[in-house]
Design a protein around this ligand. Structure first.
Ligand code: NDP
Length: 248
């Protein structure tokens, strides 16, 4: 049987670790050419090398996505490398948890820039490339924190709520261009995401909580991306919420 994404070109942001890396591997396994975007070029090069070694197509774009212009440029580089763009997975993100009263406001700016503004800029660049094709797919990695909030998640939830609002408005606009929009909302996944939390007490508490459970694996989320992107064109999978069984 032919691979389900043969001939498709996918950009994955944050492909150097965690969910993005797993997603890039999974899209490659379905035959897509993948464009890997993040800052850590060594990691991206190693992944691209592994993909090419198995006969796949991969391109590396080292970029700091805290700058939305670099996100637009990454999309442009993908289009110029492969001549088209079928799938954009907006995955790069930061989860800088902490209580509002005690938070470093710099954390809010970093999350807003990466989780929201970069996602919006990358999406616009992708939609501009896709609209002439009559098809395309934007996959936005939100979070359980895009649907619910709790202590220490206010700032992060604000960014993921923004992703939900942007995605829903976008969906209604671009469906007429043949472009599909999917929001994926993972619960706790074992990745490097917690490494960057600056509020130490929150970091310790959160990591302690993860140790008490069996979290999702990055591959579990990659499987959801593959599910959404391999449906027939008539099927617009709008939202997928996935929690580990252990998460209440
Ligand atoms: P990781 O920390 O493992 O991956 C984050 C990725 O984002 C890395 O590839 C990192 O690459 C990239 N990134 C971060 N900052 C930048 C930057 N300035 N420029 C370019 N790339 C950047 O975490 P996850 O895989 O868990 O996170 C991926 C997404 O999943 C995020 O949007 C997160 O909010 C979401 N999510 C994760 C959950 C979890 O429990 N893990 C739950 C729900 C949602 P590099 O450092 O090389 O630049």
């Amino acid at each position: 049987t032919p691979l389900r994404l043969s001939g498709k070109v996918a950009v994955v942001t944050g492909a150097s670790s965690g969910i993005g890396e797993a997603t890039a591997r999974a899209l490659d396994a379905e035959g897509a050419a993948v464009v890997l975007v993040a800052r850590r070029r060594d990691r991206l090069d190693a992944l691209a090398e592994a993909i090419r070694h198995e006969g796949g197509q991969a391109q590396v774009v080292a970029a700091d996505l805290s700058d939305p212009a670099q996100a637009r440029d990454a999309v442009a580089q993908a289009v110029s490398a492969f001549g088209r763009l079928d799938i954009l997975v907006n995955n790069a993100g930061l989860m800088l948890l902490g209580p509002v009263a005690d938070a470093d406001p710099t954390d809010w700016h970093r999350m807003m820039d990466l989780n929201v503004l970069t996602l919006m800029h990358a999406t616009q660049a992708a939609v501009q490339a896709m609209q002439g094709q009559g098809s395309g797919h934007i996959v936005n990695i939100s979070s359980v924190s895009g649907r619910g909030a709790g202590p220490t998640s206010a700032g992060y939830s604000a960014t993921k709520w923004a992703v939900g609002g942007f995605s829903e408005g976008l969906r209604q606009e671009v469906r007429l261009l043949g472009i599909r929009v999917t929001v994926i909302e993972p619960g706790v996944v074992a990745t490097e995401l917690t490494d960057h939390i600056t509020h130490t007490a929150t970091k310790d508490a959160y990591e302690g909580r993860i140790k008490q459970m069996t979290p999702l694996e990055a591959d579990d989320i990659a499987a959801a991306v593959v599910y959404a992107t391999t449906q027939p064109q008539r099927v617009n999978v709008n939202e997928i919420l996935i929690r580990p069984l252990d998460q209440g």
